[in-house]
Design a protein around this ligand. Structure first.
Ligand code: F6P
Length: 326
């Protein structure tokens, strides 16, 4: 395989805190290893449109602590088509790109996996999403920050919940996964957590509310993962309102504030390690892999495995949440 001289880096899908730290690590590691680096703006959209520009080490100053992504991001529909990917390939060739580092979630890796089967430019992926739903890594960049943001916000809402004896339904992100909800639930001492991974929670919620009413426990936090099997927080609140009239029910949908803000120390550290690992994997002629983090070690997982695999919720965490909400 020809020696890699020039790599490109992009961020794709939903932004996640720590993406900048990852970009910085990729750029600096590449320069350290005497490679040229090109940034691609707006993820795969920019790859198709030719939004490529040279990055220098000094461009990476003062970004490690910034949320969002200086490279911008997008969810590209065109990259899902063969024609779109062919345009992207043409641009990469024009810029003499030998390999690409993509930072994003499962959609990003799916795109990278298909592209690598069709074209001869190697891709390596870094997991970046607040959802923490990637198979093959214990953590994705951005999850820790989002979790801390959610916990901080719930702590504040709890002040009102207890002062007014109110029951709050708080909706958090996570798409089809309940990692943010479950861990935030444990960390804030929420009374109930509704997540996509568990069926039949409508009945469990009803039983909980009956018990709470009997015990005259009117101040409660019920965490609702957006992908749960009952409905959105507002919908669930509307459903229970008529039966449980004694509760002062309020709803908060936390929304995109969960994606913003300065990354935690852990996310910066994770992003820095994975950024360096991604560049070194490419230099070692690896392709179509994600660099992940398992048991505090960097690991390589094939795109195939990470795309097809399903990250299950940790049963032990479910038990902990159960035990602590009696
Ligand atoms: O994947 C990250 C995420 O924030 C999910 O938790 C959420 O479902 C989705 O992105 C929201 O996407 P958008 O910002 O495109 O509305």
């Amino acid at each position: 395989m020809a020696k890699i001289k020039k790599i490109a880096v992009l961020t794709s899908g939903g932004d996640a805190p720590g993406m900048n730290a990852a970009v910085r690590a990729v750029v600096r590691a590449a320069i350290y290893h005497k490679l040229e680096v090109v940034g691609i703006e707006h993820g795969y959209e920019g790859m198709i449109k030719g939004e490529l520009f040279t990055l220098m080490s000094k461009d990476m100053r003062n970004i490690i602590h910034r949320g969002g992504t200086i490279l911008r991001t997008a969810r590209s529909l065109e990259f899902k088509t063969e024609e779109g990917r062919a345009k992207a390939y043409k641009n990469l060739k024009e810029f003499n790109i030998d390999a690409v580092v993509v930072i994003g979630g499962d959609g990003t890796f799916r795109g990278a996996g298909i592209f690598s089967q069709e074209h001869d430019i190697p891709f390596v992926g870094i997991p970046g999403t607040i959802d923490n739903d990637m198979y093959g890594t214990d953590f994705t960049i951005g999850f820790d920050t989002a979790l801390n943001t959610v916990v901080e916000t719930i702590d504040k809402i709890k002040d009102t919940a207890s002062s007014h004896d109110r029951t709050f339904f708080i909706e958090v992100m996570g798409r089809d996964a309940g990692f943010i909800a479950l861990q935030a639930g444990i960390a804030t001492g929420a009374e109930a957590v509704l997540i996509p991974e568990i069926e039949g929670q409508a009945e469990t919620l009803r039983e909980f509310l009956i018990k709470a009413k009997k015990m005259k426990k009117m101040s409660n936090i019920i965490l609702v993962a957006e992908g749960n099997n009952i409905g959105g927080a507002q919908e669930i609140a509307n459903q229970v309102k008529s039966e449980f009239k004694d509760f002062g029910i309020r709803v908060n949908v936390l929304g995109h504030m969960q994606r913003g803000g300065s990354p935690t120390a852990f996310d910066r550290f994770l992003a820095s390690r994975l950024g360096v690992a991604a560049v070194e994997a490419l230099i070692d002629n690896q392709r179509s892999i994600m660099v992940g983090y398992k048991n505090h070690e960097v690991v390589h997982v094939s795109f195939n495995k990470t795309i097809k695999g399903h990250r299950n919720i940790n049963e032990e965490l479910l038990k902990v949440a159960d035990i602590l909400t009696i």
